[in-house]
Structure formats: C-alpha cells, structure tokens
Design a binder for this molecule. Structure first.
Ligand SMILES: Nc1ncnc2c1ncn2[C@@H]1O[C@H](COP(=O)(O)OP(=O)(O)OP(=O)(O)O)[C@@H](O)[C@H]1O
Length: 261
C-alpha cells in the first residue's frame, strides 16, 4: 500500500494542478446550482457579515468582533442549515439515475404531444391540473399519499384523471420513465416568500417540488385556464401549446438522442 502512495508522490507535479482543477470544478458546479435561487441572497448576506467581521477586527470594535467570531466559528453548521435544500439537491444529483434515456426520440415526442394536448384541452375547459415529470433525480421520496397507476401517457386519460368528480383529481399526476405512475400525490409546498400571492397551493406545490429535484412540473390553472411550466423552482406562466411543446422537448430530451440527431 505504501508503495502505491510512493508511486503517487512521483506525480506530485501533476497532483497540484489536478487539485486546483477539481476545486475550480466544484466551485463552478456550486455556482450553477445556486444561480438564480435564494441561496445567492443568503450567500450575499454571509459575505456582508464577513466584511463586518474583518472591519470590526481592524477598527478594534471588540464586542462586535467577539460576537461575530463566535457566530462564524460555527459557520459550517450555519451553512448546512441555511443551504440544506441546495446541499440535498446537489447530493441527490451526484447519485442521479438517467431516467427517460430508454425512450426513443419518437416515443418521447409522442409523450410530449399527448401531455400538451391534455393540458390545452384542460386549460380550455378550466380544469385544474398538476403534472410532474421526473427527470434524472428520483422523486419518490417527495411524493405523499397518491395512488399507483401504470399506464401509457395518453391525453384522454390525463384529462379524465383531472375531471372534478374523479377520485384522483386532487394532487399531482406523476410521469416516470415515460409512463403515468401515480395520481393524487401531495407535494411539498414551497416556502419561498417571494412567490406571487396570486399563486395558490397548486402552483406552490409545483414550485416546492422542483426546488428540491430536477423534475419538470406543468400546472393548468382552474381559475385562469393558463398553463405554467415550473423547473428549478422557477415558474413560466401563460404558455401556449407551441411554447409548452418546445420547452418540454428541450427539457426532456434524452441525452443519447440529443447526440444522434
Ligand atoms: N401539496 C399539494 N400537492 C399537490 N397538489 C396540491 C397540493 N396542495 C393543493 N394541491 C392541489 O391544488 C388544488 C387547490 O388549488 P388552489 O386553488 O389552492 O391553487 P392555485 O395555485 O390557485 O390553482 P388554480 O389556479 O388552479 O386555482 C387542490 O385541489 C389540489 O388538487
């Protein structure tokens, strides 16, 4: 074993640049992960506290310095608590499953066209709906209650699930690996205070789940008949069928078919 480490030491000149590249890559991935999220604001807040800490040391504001010194000594704990959602998302992503990749380009297009057809149909009839499409990260752990189903994605079935008298119309319908797998699922609601007050629990549930995982959620508003798409906790409202189809194709395109085209 020590022979192996001695051997590694021969490549010391290579290890230092490798070390720098790995750290740079991790920082780059963290920036990508938190870009546009509330974590950026929190990070900014921490940076301000750090600045006050350094200033208090230089100017001799001892009490303030002592308080911040104690606060910053448990900074790792503070970071874990503040960024728990982002850390969870990052760790889940490391062990992500490449779902959707078994589908052919044709099958995937068919699923998207059925989803779009169902959403437009429900929007025109003011039927509220929430459809969640799993991508690389498994969402099972975040789905509460719900009824297992196993069916092909068809617009008629989707629309009938969300009919007001259907026993499964409340909650979210789930698409996993190109199949309808669960209906009537309750999702974690977003706690983001910046979400418009005009958005109720259906939209908050879509935002809440997508803050935690890379799934895509489509919401049809019962109140306005508008279709929204939610990904990464960000909502795009009032999509027409062409826009919905285009965005879904971009987001759900399996990596292997992307290369083949
Ligand atoms: N945690 C949840 N997970 C999944 N679906 C939920 C959740 N909470 C509420 N819903 C769904 O949202 C419906 C209520 O929607 P609500 O009117 O509060 O939201 P909204 O965002 O204003 O939607 P709409 O524009 O359709 O009225 C419920 O009947 C239920 O089907």
């Amino acid at each position: 074993m020590s022979g192996f480490f001695d051997f590694i030491q021969n490549f010391r000149w290579l290890l230092d640049p490798l070390d720098v590249v790995i750290v740079a890559f991790i920082i780059y991935r963290i920036i990508l992960l938190i870009k546009g999220t509330r974590a950026v604001q929190m990070l900014f807040g921490l940076a301000v506290i750090l600045l006050v800490y350094v200033t208090s040391q230089v100017t001799g504001l001892y009490t303030l310095h002592w308080i911040l010194d104690n606060f910053l000594s448990s900074i790792i704990l503070v970071i874990v608590v503040l960024f728990q959602n982002d850390i969870r998302r990052a760790l889940i992503h490391v062990g992500a499953n490449p779902f959707f990749t078994d589908l052919s380009y044709r099958e995937e297009n068919e699923i998207i066209s059925e989803l779009v057809k169902a959403c437009v149909n429900m929007a025109n009839r003011r039927i509220g709906a929430l459809v969640v499409i799993e991508r690389e990260t498994g969402i099972k752990d975040f789905l509460e209650v719900g009824t297992e189903i196993d069916s092909k994605v068809t617009s008629d079935l989707i629309a009938s699930i969300f009919l007001p008298y259907s026993p499964l119309h409340d909650g979210a319908l789930v698409v996993q690996q190109g199949r309808l797998t669960r209906a009537g699922c309750f999702l974690p609601l977003s706690q983001n205070p910046d979400i418009s007050k005009a958005l109720g629990t259906r939209h908050r549930a879509a935002i809440g789940l997508t803050e935690l995982v890379d799934a895509v959620a489509i919401v049809v508003s019962e109140e306005t008949g508008k279709i929204s798409m939610v990904v990464g906790g960000r909502i795009t409202r009032d999509l027409d069928s062409t826009a919905l189809s285009r965005v879904l194709k971009t987001l759900l395109e399996p990596r292997n078919t992307r290369k083949k085209k």
